[in-house]
Design a protein around this ligand. Structure first.
Ligand code: GLP
Length: 269
């Protein structure tokens, strides 16, 4: 697993956006060869989305032949609710780029049959040949998507009960009232993310420091689902200095040293 440490959130966001755009461009997608991209919500990817929009506006990247699959969505929250992930994605990315609306996939938390909705999602990902690059974030408890501590590391897309910490954390989007936060969500599984060809996880801020430490310096554990990245053939955590607070000085030095040439310049777009 690669660990790329940037000075701050702003540098991290720009680097990740250029990396993603570079991946899309080098794939040389066509109508018959679509680039399948997994996407997260949350505050972590907002800076990346801003830079991707900017790159798009400057003609450096097109999403015309990109298909996206979002990681998760709340159950029973109207799509036009400002805290819904449908709303978030439209607002921060999709309404600013040239992705065809039919290429956007976000789990429908209002589906009549939620299990069927999850199975269909898995089927569609498979049908498109799998996810080429899954971009993600993590919760303070180390969850990827909504795979809370204790989730099966081979789980697939399913309905998941949200734990107290996550609801408390996300209550900032629900008038700071935890009782307004939906108790369940649909989420891709840990196994779904692991099946991707490549995974890039953004980790920013000291709130995530413990999770980053568990993911990097401890073993694989279902209690910190992000730690499973250690088993992936091509995974990378891109973080900022604040998130490294709990890592050993030696660990930080080590990764800074081996990645020094890669952070000097932005990835080629
Ligand atoms: C939610 C989402 C996760 C996201 C996490 C972190 O729980 N389901 O996919 O990674 O929030 O959010 P933030 O980036 O705002 O810290």
């Amino acid at each position: 697993m690669r660990i790329i440490i940037h000075e701050n959130y702003s540098a991290l966001s720009k680097w990740v956006a250029y990396y993603v755009a570079g991946r899309i461009n080098s794939f040389k997608s066509t109508e018959n060869k679509l680039f399948v991209l997994g996407l997260p919500t949350g505050s972590s990817p907002i800076g990346t989305y801003e830079h991707l929009v900017d790159l798009h506006e400057h003609g450096k990247v097109s999403f015309e032949n990109v298909v996206t699959f979002n990681m998760d969505e709340y159950v029973n929250l109207p799509e036009d609710h400002p805290a819904s992930y449908h709303y978030f994605m439209q607002h921060h990315l999709f309404s600013h780029i040239d992705i065809p609306p039919e290429n956007v996939n976000i789990l429908n938390g209002n589906a009549v049959d939620l299990e069927k909705e999850c199975d269909e999602y898995e089927r569609k990902i498979k049908e498109l040949g799998g996810i080429r690059l899954f971009l993600g974030g993590i919760g303070a408890d180390g969850h990827i998507a909504f795979n809370e501590p204790g989730s099966s590391l081979s789980s697939r897309t399913r309905v998941k009960t949200l734990n107290y910490d996550t609801k408390l954390e996300n209550s900032r989007f629900f008038d700071n009232d935890i009782s307004n936060v939906p108790g369940t969500a649909l989420t891709v599984g840990v196994g779904t993310v692991m099946d991707s060809e490549e995974i890039l996880i953004i980790v920013s801020g000291h709130k995530k420091a413990r999770a980053l430490q568990m993911a990097v310096e401890e073993g694989v554990s279902h209690m910190w689902t992000v730690s499973v990245l250690q088993l992936h053939k091509k995974s990378m955590i891109v973080c900022d200095e604040d998130a490294t607070e709990e890592l050993k000085v030696g660990t930080v030095k080590y990764f800074k040293d081996i990645e020094q040439d890669n952070i000097k310049h932005l990835p080629e777009v």
